[in-house]
Design a binder for this molecule. Sequence first.
Ligand SMILES: CSCCC(=O)C(=O)COP(=O)(O)O
Ligand code: MG
Length: 215
Amino acid sequence: MKAILTDIEGTTSSIAFVAEVLFPYARAHLADYVAAHPAETAPILAEVAVTEPGDPVATLLRWIDEDRKATPLKALQGMIWADGYASGAFRGHIYPDAVAGLQRWHAAGIALYVFSSGSVPAQKLLFGHSDAGDLTPLFSGYFDTTTGPKREAASYAKIAEAIGIAPADVLFLSDTPEEIAAAHGAGMAARLIDRAGGAGDIASFNDLANSPIEA
Ligand SMILES: CSCCC(=O)C(=O)COP(=O)(O)O
Ligand SMILES: [Mg+2]
């Protein structure tokens, strides 16, 4: 493998951190943030209004409750979370085995990339203000849904092309079977992670330690 492409929520980081810390923070501050940053948020609100007529702020709040992976919502959440990280309201949760695995692969010369529904700025914030400190030097690049939906093979083909590495030399890690199937569809290797130890290929990044994947 020349590169590892990783999902965030449910893979490097807990679902509970996203659902119980990040989403409530965005929900609580969304209306005030929009009011305080009209120029910055106007294009996002306009995009939301095209998708669903009505009050875009109300739509965005409902999308948070529905865990919609909508690109404009993810862009706005990233802007709001910047304040939370800056004030120390929270730090990005990363599983210790994910930190160790990322550090080990980086040291071994394997290029590391992120593909998450969270916006690229939100990804950089999470890894830059993580429990384990600033992990951004480990990563060679970041991708979000502006590249394409995570459940479509074409998105993974685009990422492989963008990083200049053949899909067969890229290993994708995710907790979502549909994303694993899409990565396979583009010719990538992929492993389903189930941190509850259920039906996944692996339960933590440690399970890849002695795998031929690292050869
Ligand atoms: C980039 S941190 C925020 C996580 C988030 O909003 C999200 O939707 C995560 O989805 P993922 O594709 O990483 O499972
Ligand atoms: Mg995920």
